[in-house]
Design a protein around this ligand. Structure first.
Ligand code: 5GP
Length: 118
């Protein structure tokens, strides 16, 4: 049994967050350390540590994460200008919190996708 993270406590509302959306499959809340004007995390309610742990049973929740990203982008008024969705996985992906999360970043030009190596 892999230990749950702080995100499970946020989902259960045992810890405070600026929550924008919740349903039976996913929860969305503002990142505590925003990297762009809008920075929201969208997470499955079930504790799935990384993309490498995903099974076919998770497909509904993972699909819902995209629908909720679209809804929040519209609600926040950034749809027309565009935005970026990011999911980090594991050590090389620099994932810090081992509970799958989609970063929704926007409200400004978020910049190049990756820093060039040279
Ligand atoms: P990762 O690097 O794992 O893809 O991203 C983890 C994200 O979670 C970071 O952007 C970090 O700021 C955010 N984060 C970590 N702890 C908390 C917390 O307790 N509350 C909120 N709202 N965000 C958090």
């Amino acid at each position: 049994m892999i230990e749950e993270t702080i995100f499970s406590k946020i989902i259960r509302k045992e810890l405070p967050s600026d929550m924008l959306y919740q349903d039976e499959l996913v929860t969305a809340f503002r990142d505590i350390n925003p990297q762009r004007s809008l920075h929201v995390l969208i997470v499955p309610n079930r504790h799935i540590p990384t993309v490498d742990d995903v099974t076919s049973e998770d497909e509904a929740a993972l699909g819902r994460m995209f629908s909720v990203a679209r809804k929040i982008a519209r609600d926040e008024g950034i749809s027309a200008d565009g935005y970026r969705l990011v999911v980090n996985c594991g050590e090389h992906g620099r994932q810090e919190v081992p509970h799958i999360h989609m970063h929704l970043l926007g409200g400004e030009d978020v910049g190049p996708m990756l820093n060039r190596r040279n």
